[in-house]
Design a protein around this ligand. Structure first.
Ligand SMILES: Cc1cc2nc3c(=O)[nH]c(=O)nc-3n(C[C@H](O)[C@H](O)[C@H](O)COP(=O)(O)OP(=O)(O)OC[C@H]3O[C@@H](n4cnc5c(N)ncnc54)[C@H](O)[C@@H]3O)c2cc1C
Ligand code: FES
Length: 249
């Protein structure tokens, strides 16, 4: 993990309320799929956790949905050339074992962003089947990145694009036929619960959790989640990726 002063190269809208922010770090930093960055926003004492979508040499891209004041300020105030204080890379990330040749990705909402780096890491060497859920066509973004997967199913809640329903429903429909060796997922907790109900216990499933965070480096305990064995884990340091059966959803 490094603390760096990054320079904004691009910060542009890519869908309704969603921005893509690319910054230069001035030094090469390697990141795994599913790892995240803590982004300092002027005027806010706490940094904001955002998944690393792309890392290319000294350049990193994060994508964010404007949710509250911090992401609102990021969208409005950070133009090309502005400086940002960033901690990265953080967390454990997704890891497919050598024998896991078929990987299914299930993402919903902002949960698609950490999965983009998994597509970049594992395609085309492995067979990647991506199931990505959006509320509506207006929310669809990063399609050119998602299309790097061997197979892409877009699901929308209102049926305005692709499969009408959730990403989990689209995945469950294909589960037998695709028979993935491992599943990586990220999205709202109800989505992860639905995934656990449909496929938990049948195949290894790793989920990235989006807990509120304070420090992002394991010191403040703001992000603690409950484990199924009665113990606790820090999402920032022990996660954000966990085996689905290990955490209470
Ligand atoms: C590991 C991880 C990766 C994430 N990756 C992405 C991503 O790639 N793209 C994206 O759009 N969002 C992502 N999120 C969620 C994102 O961090 C929040 O939407 C963002 O922090 C909201 O900040 P805000 O100031 O706009 O909202 P506010 O509601 O004003 O935030 C108040 C405080 O709560 C925290 N907070 C609020 N919502 C969340 C949340 N869902 N998760 C964590 N902290 C939250 C904020 O960081 C801040 O400290 C990720 C969260 C985690 C934990
Ligand atoms: S955010 Fe501080 S311990 Fe996880």
């Amino acid at each position: 993990m490094r603390e760096i002063t990054a320079t904004v190269l691009e910060n542009k809208p890519i869908a309704r309320g969603v921005y893509s922010l690319t910054f230069a770090c001035g030094t090469e930093i390697k990141a795994r799929p599913g790892q995240f960055a803590m982004i300092g926003v002027r005027g806010f004492p706490l940094r904001r956790p955002l998944a690393i979508c792309k890392s290319e040499g000294e350049r990193f891209t994060v994508c964010y949905r404007v949710k509250g004041e911090g992401t609102g300020c990021l969208a409005a105030d950070y133009k090309i050339g502005e400086k940002l204080s960033v901690l990265l890379p953080l967390g454990n990330g997704f890891y497919a074992g050598e024998n896991e040749k078929k990987i299914a990705l299930v993402g919903g909402g902002a949960g698609i962003f950490p999965l983009i780096s998994a597509i970049r890491e594992y395609s085309p060497d492995r067979e990647v089947y991506a199931y990505m859920g959006f509320r509506s066509r207006e929310d669809l973004c990063m399609e050119y990145e998602l299309r790097r997967a061997k197979s892409l199913t877009i699901a929308t809640d209102d049926g305005s694009e692709g499969f009408c329903g959730t990403a989990v429903e689209a995945f469950a429909k294909d589960l037998k036929e695709v028979a993935p060796d491992v599943v990586f997922a990220c999205g709202p907790t109800p989505m992860l619960r639905a995934l656990k109900a449909k496929a938990g216990g049948k195949i290894p499933i790793y989920v990235s959790l989006e807990e509120r965070m304070g420090c992002g480096i394991g010191a403040c305990l703001v992000c603690v989640c409950n484990k199924t064995d009665g113990k606790h884990a820090r999402v920032c340091k022990d996660g954000p990726v966990f085996e689905i059966g290990d955490v209470s959803l």
